[in-house]
Design a protein around this ligand. Sequence first.
Ligand code: FAD
Ligand code: 2HG
Ligand code: ZN
Length: 475
Amino acid sequence: MGDADAMVVLDALRGCVGAAQVLTAATDTAAYNEDWRRKYHGRALAVVCPGSTAEVAAVMRVATAHRVPVVAQGGNTGMSGGATPDASGRQIVLSTRRLNRIRHIDAANDTLVAEAGVVLQAVQEAARAAGRLFPLALAAQGSCTIGGNLATNAGGVAVLRYGSMRDLTLGVEVVTPDGRIWDGLRGLRKDNTGYDLKQLYIGSEGTLGIITAASLKLFPQPRATLTALMALPSLDDAVRLLAEARSAMGAGLTAFEVISAPCVPLLQRHFPALRWPFAEPHPVVVLVELSDPEDEAHARALLERLLGAELDAGRVLDGVVAESLQQTQALWALRECLSEAQALEGAHIKHDICVPASAMAAFVADAGQALQQAAPGARVAWFGHLGDGNLHFNVLAPPGQDAAAFVARQDEINRLVHDRVAACGGSISAEHGLGQLRRDENARYKSPVELALMHTLKAALDPLGLMAPGKVLQT
Ligand code: FAD
Ligand code: 2HG
Ligand code: ZN
């Protein structure tokens, strides 16, 4: 795009949203041009901040008329580089930060309608104020948005009980690449009137259209929640404990998160104020959360009975049950600070894998061994959502080795891990999506038929290829 064309496009965009909402100065656009991990760096023609669905539609009509590619961005906390523009200077970032209204809460129908730019925590708080629960929860909840949660089909720490964003959504409002508005904001639990289009947009990572609002499911607030940390001799034991906890607690089991031993020194180094509760080093630690429809005494009796039996049998080595809200928060902080601790330790290679619970321990042993052979001393600091079979199987450089040189081996390391994931019927992206990070890896493991169907859908819904080109699919 030449300078003259760029000026025409920028003027047209200013006509849609007002001059103040079209950011072009480097100081204003810098934060939008880089992802949370600082792995991807782009250069947008402009960052455009529409304040309503109608303004999003107007922006998309300009983009279509001038063939300008568009990258949607919410809270910019994504882990796969999906929200970062490329370096061409031709793409615009469409920021949803001004689409920040909660439009409606229907407590009787257990639904809430939020615009795409509403921060997840604000939705949780609005639900709580209405005496209900919106259960999606993840460490970035103070800055990620509902639109980003939808576009990545976010998971988090309560999927075990409530499901991922797909399961929590009843309807969406979408602006198509050519600027039409689809109002699919239904609040229905049953609706078999043809293709379920909302599910196409959920998880599409900005490649099919802009999600502008969603109708979300609410749930009853649990009367009490109780959190425990348990140390175990092996991952095998943790998988077995998961089955035990499921039998003992049923739907009350709301989180079952795992932390491997190599994560602990990273926490201690980068978050020295957090207190690790075990004096001994243990191979595996799990965080268990129980939500109870009765009261705290009932929850405590259930959790302490499980922990007591496991300790007596020697299958759990040590354990602590939170006694107060402050202790609960302190235990959760140990889990929630892991991403940041790893980021502070330096660049590393992330894997967001899902494997069947039955294959989990063998996969970790086998992949760990292969990594030690390929990169002796590499720190395989895995953690994550064991209850969902989802591990963040992250690999850090051996101590003292240059992180950038290690990350340069990403393709080779990915192959070692992802070949093993594929061999046990797993997924190479459980919850973070493909973005630009895993696009080519996905093409390697998906069947040609499935990939061709994805390309067919993309071509049908975004015929000019303007939505997030180069993300998810090779274009
Ligand atoms: P962004 O990063 O802005 O965008 C993500 C993707 O969605 C991009 O492809 C973007 O183009 C697209 N997009 C954004 N808004 C729209 C829209 N309105 N319409 C169409 N496309 C859109 N993820 C989990 O699933 N589980 C976790 O437990 C978890 N924990 C995290 C912890 C930390 C510390 C961090 C930094 C991230 C974590 N994430 C987790 C990843 C991230 O927070 C989620 O993917 C989140 O859903 C992204 O929301 P966002 O608003 O920041 O999206
Ligand atoms: C989490 O579960 C997030 O904390 C981030 O999904 C995982 O940093 C990661 O690899
Ligand atoms: Zn996660």
